[in-house]
Design a protein around this ligand. Structure first.
Ligand SMILES: [Zn+2]
Length: 549
């Protein structure tokens, strides 16, 4: 049994001294091995390309429930929770989460125990018990996890959003699961939950849709040997990637105005736009461009216009749903006490800005700035915890070409202004959903979301709103003078060559000026090698949500 190595270059940050190797096992399972001789912990992740969108309607939460069941023992390690106990006793931890299209398992552990942990971990995917005796107890565990989520506005918001999708679309479902959906409903239909979870495992778990990352001190050869030894027995069913309807929000699902009572005393407003899938467009990242401008905070931005009126305290913009077949883009505005009384005008401001972007057309210089910022941040990328890193890498392996496994999420590769213009056409009032959330709606709502009990009203846009927002998009209306594109940023560095210090400069202890151009001064002081990296800028607002734990 041997594996096939990827012989090309995997692009990494200039300051990343770790070694990488990408291998494909004969069963088509792909793994990325990362050798880090300085790491304090070792880690591994397995990302399986199946999630809540594949749940059967009669057992919602089944993908998440299976995630729990894999921890309940395997033929090789039959004691329930033996894996978690092993990790705990060796300074490690394990976790897992189920999102719409992925189920992700990961752990970290003291360096000396990575091989033992990896062996237990791999048995999840070769010989899980999925025993009848664990089933009832674990349904209760999922049920209590859901009970904890019930008071979380993040979970409530996500579920309410999904419930707005077409009823026959798998997005319109309940991903976590509870006693009702995992036990009572299946039983009422004569279905056995344990049988269903076994079927689900055999139907959807296959070596060809798993991506494994192992991060440790050992040499790449040793890591490769371990992965070949432990993961080659994972059955391969040559499963094709699941395809879901690209249109969860049709004409009947948009132009909805929701008034929501949150748990916490926060006032916010979101404007959401269903857009085409973005997952496979990682080379061009059209939503990065749009998130950058719509979420900008400088003069002329939506936020600065709203702040001038004292209607908003903050704003974020970016992908809210990003799946392989469909996506949504959301602007979330943190409203002031006064802003709550002006939501129609605030939405008009958003549409006026979108209209301005449409008329101006996508700007190559803005894209270039994004690319340069991305390049710089990647060049000086901070290292994150091994388990976080392994998880990010495994997830990206489902999407990125092998050379881009490490850099795929960070870099802008290709400028496609036509694609950005096409995406902008989806940012229309008649393709939007607006949600206003504040406790002032308490006692004034008529609807309750089915699983979280979120109190809300759901209204069609009024003719006044439709008229105001359509005019704002076309003409800018009263916001016209307040909105403009940001000015070019002259402070994005692109030349990172180190300046040679002359002998005199080296001998002084205080910084000295070695270059002076206009408003720019370059000072020189002696630094250790490791200190020569600037702090990277904060990443653009991106948001994904999933069933954690
Ligand atoms: Zn869970």
């Amino acid at each position: 049994m041997s594996s096939t190595r990827f012989e090309g270059e995997i692009i990494v940050s200039a300051i990343d001294k770790r070694e990488y190797r990408h291998i494909t096992l004969p069963n088509k399972l792909q793994a990325l091995l990362v050798h880090d001789p300085k790491t304090e912990k070792s880690s591994a992740c397995c990302d399986v390309l199946v999630g809540a969108l594949s749940d059967p309607k009669e057992a919602q939460g089944l993908a998440h429930f299976l995630e729990h069941m894999l921890f309940m023992g395997t033929e090789k390690y039959p004691v329930e929770n033996a894996y978690s106990a092993y990790l705990n006793s060796h300074g490690g931890f394990s976790n897992a989460y189920t999102s719409q299209e992925n189920t992700v398992y990961y752990f970290d552990v003291q360096n000396d125990h990575i091989e033992g942990a990896l062996d237990m971990f791999a048995s999840f995917f070769t010989c899980p018990l999925l025993s009848d005796s664990s089933t009832a107890r674990e349904i209760n565990a999922v049920d209590s996890e859901n009970t904890k989520n019930l008071q979380s506005d993040m979970w409530r918001k996500f579920q309410l959003f999904k419930s707005l999708a077409r009823e026959d679309h798998p997005l319109n479902s309940f991903s976590t699961g509870n006693l009702e959906t995992l036990s009572k409903i299946p039983a009422s239909k004569g279905l056995n939950t344990r049988d269903m979870v076994v079927d689900f495992y055999h139907k959807h778990y296959s070596a060809n849709n798993m991506k494994v990352v192992v991060y440790a001190k050992e040499s790449l050869d040793t890591l490769e040997q371990w992965v070949v030894q432990k993961f080659s027995e994972v059955p391969n069913k040559d499963l094709p990637r699941a395809v879901f309807d690209a249109d969860p929000f049709g004409p009947a699902q948009v132009q909805k105005y929701l008034e929501v009572v949150p748990i916490r005393d926060v006032k916010s407003m979101t404007v959401s736009f269903p857009i085409p899938a973005t997952e496979h467009r990682y080379l061009t990242k059209p939503t990065s461009y749009l998130g950058h401008l719509l979420g900008h905070e400088s003069g002329g931005s939506i936020l600065s216009a709203l702040k001038a009126k004292r209607w908003a305290n903050g704003l974020s913009a970016g992908s809210y749903l990003s799946n392989n077949d469909f996506a949504a883009f959301t602007l979330t505005i943190e409203l002031s006490d006064e802003g709550v009384n002006h939501v129609d005008e605030i939405a008009a401001c958003v549409f006026a800005y979108v209209g301005m972007l449409q008329r101006a057309g996508p700007q190559e210089w803005v894209w270039n700035e994004l690319k340069e910022t991305g390049d710089m941040n990647f060049r000086f990328l901070n290292q994150v915890e091994p388990s976080t890193y392994a998880t990010n890498l495994a997830n990206g392996m489902h999407t990125y070409n092998i050379p881009h496994t490490v850099c795929g999420s960070h870099l802008q590769f290709q400028c496609d202004l036509a694609e950005i213009a096409e995406f902008l056409t989806y940012f229309r009032p008649d393709n939007s959903i607006i949600t206003v959330s504040h406790r002032g709606f308490t006692g004034k709502t008529t609807l309750k979301e089915k699983y979280y009990g979120t109190e809300h009203n759901k209204l069609d846009y009024s003719s006044t709103q439709v008229k105001l927002w359509a005019e704002s998009l076309q003409l800018g209306g009263e916001w016209m003078d307040a909105l403009s594109l940001p000015l070019p940023n002259p402070f994005i560095p692109t030349d990172f060559a180190l300046k040679a210090a002359d002998a005199a400069a080296v001998s002084v202890a205080v910084p000295v000026i070695i270059e002076h151009q206009g408003t720019t001064e370059v000072k020189h002081e002696l630094l250790e090698e490791a200190e020569r990296a600037p702090e990277p800028a904060a990443p653009a607002a991106e948001s994904t949500e999933s069933a954690e734990g």
